[in-house]
Design a protein. Structure first.
Lengths: 334, 334
């Protein structure tokens, strides 16, 4: 059986060029012991993948040039050599960027029975959702009385962070760019703030208007002017959960950081980076709390869907141009 | 009785000019109820005072222009209208930048009986020492197995931070400039690293050589290239205690921050600012631990002493030019 997959041909500097992603195919070997074969239905593309394209050690190993790329995926088992996994089961796994995956059965997770569409397990109920929950609760220790600021607030992670904070009773400000994203945030009860064409000082002033009592928790996805503006509005004892800094992922040379980092001292504030994988043992707590709310429509989510395996690189690259509202997905059809 | 004191005439931009400090005098009023009159013997000048010269809210109120400046001081009570304080007692208090202070008795602290020279209560056993202890223990949660980096390591705060970390059993690297400071650090068992004429990359390489197993705890007093270099060498789970960023205190315009702040995510690191006043309830624990070691000579300290009230501004300004080893003090003589 043939598998079609993407490989990376170069470690890019700056925004990766489309032609650095090469669609290839291979005849799959016979199933090894414990292996399963999966027909993927949904592929995830996520900003963190840019970090695997640098060739440098980060918190995950870089993609190997010329080898199948990896990423979150949802699919149906079509053959199994694993005692506990049967053909026909739906699973989530890391064999993305391809149509047919062949992976160790121990590395896949069966999807729960639920009324939630299966692809939600790549988004609001998957890694991005767990990231929002972890950053807000375990890193920023968000309390109901907090004033909360979220950058990239309409993205896969941010849009759950704002809703979880609203559900706690927090006053929530969300930073986004496009008008329809700001409108969506407003419909969620979030104070929307645009970063477009604004200096750090102008963005800071806009945040101040949207949260007159300052900021106690900042959920950081962006960096750049968003971070500088947020630092200026911190309250004493503020907590910044640093999930990512997408602003810098494609920087061709190092971009300077915020000029007002000493606000951490003035405001006795904490700024802490985290990687969701380190907290995965809490995934069941996240799912217990959030899945029912998603099933009941109390937590909403959006998806931006590209069709067909061939569109995977475009879907990935669009993440850096604000091309997604909510979770960016690739839908595969037979 | 006359009191001579310094006032600030302007809120400076950049390094304050010497002439912005004006020496004035006034006839003191009669002692009010509960007040004490103190002949100061030692005055403290500290980098944090620059923050009180901005006219902007920080964690302490700004100095009022034309009013006596304030700061740590040690002196002898020469008159008391307070039931618990007697003339002849030695006290520490905040009525510095002057020769004779008249302050509420409730705001002064009697010096303990000890063999340690009285001025140590402005340094190694006072606010700077407590700052080092707080940052290392309460903020950075330093453990014996940690590799510790300290910037401004030969200063009043840094020189105690390195010794406390050494006493725990840590591998300790200290950043300083002048050769005699580096030599002193080496004599304390600290790996000395010079920041002079080094880019962030070059300083990072030097830190790597001095701590081949990376950095678990960074005690930050400086900012600038020191912070950028330190971020590049962090281990997973590193903790940065941000005590201050003296590099930026006299910046005439905002200086860019480090370009590699996303290392906080990659290394899942925490960066936390703190103000020692918030932790003052732990001062007795600090004193119980550190005072005996100072008395026994197990913890050493240096002082840089200027003579006479008139030299106070010069002593203060020298802090920003590396003019001190250890604690900068002004000694008053009758």
């Amino acid at each position: 059986m043939q598998s079609r997959f993407f490989t990376l041909t170069h470690y890019p500097t700056g925004l990766p060029k489309r032609e650095f992603f090469s669609l290839e195919s291979q005849e799959l070997p016979d199933l090894g012991e414990g292996e399963v074969r999966i027909r993927n239905r949904w592929l995830s593309v996520d900003p963190y993948m840019r970090g695997r394209m640098t060739g440098l050690r980060t918190y995950v190993a870089p993609f190997e040039l010329g080898k199948p790329m990896e990423g979150g995926a949802i699919g149906e088992v079509i053959a199994s050599n694993h005692p506990k996994i049967k053909a026909g089961e739906k699973v989530s796994h890391m064999g993305g960027w391809r149509d047919i995956a062949q992976v160790p059965g121990d590395s896949v997770t069966a999807l729960p029975n639920s009324d939630v569409p299966e692809q939600a397990y790549l988004g609001v109920l998957g890694m991005p959702g767990m990231t929002a929950w972890t950053g807000l609760n375990l890193i920023a220790e968000c309390k109901p009385s907090d004033n909360v600021l979220v950058s990239a607030a309409s993205g896969a992670v941010g849009s759950l962070a704002v809703q979880l904070a609203k559900a706690k009773g927090c006053h929530v400000v969300g930073i986004a760019g496009a008008a329809h994203k700001l409108a969506w945030l407003e419909s969620l009860g979030v104070e929307p703030v645009s970063y477009k064409d604004r200096s750090a000082q102008e963005l800071s002033d806009a945040i101040k208007l949207a949260s007159t009592n300052g900021i106690d928790v900042y959920f950081e996805n962006v960096g750049g002017v968003c971070l500088e503006a947020a630092l200026s509005q911190l309250n004493d004892g503020a907590r910044i959960a640093v999930c990512g800094m997408i602003d810098s992922y494609n920087a061709e040379k190092p971009a300077p950081g915020p000029s007002n980092l000493s606000q951490l001292v003035v405001r006795k504030a904490k700024m802490q980076g985290f990687i969701v994988a380190d907290h995965w043992s809490s995934y069941r707590y996240f799912l217990n709390e959030v899945a029912p709310q998603v099933a009941q429509g109390k937590i909403v989510y959006k998806e931006t869907v590209k069709e067909g395996l061939g569109s995977t690189p475009d879907a990935f690259l669009a993440l850096f141009e604000g091309g997604n509202t909510g979770k960016m997905l690739v839908k595969l059809t037979d």
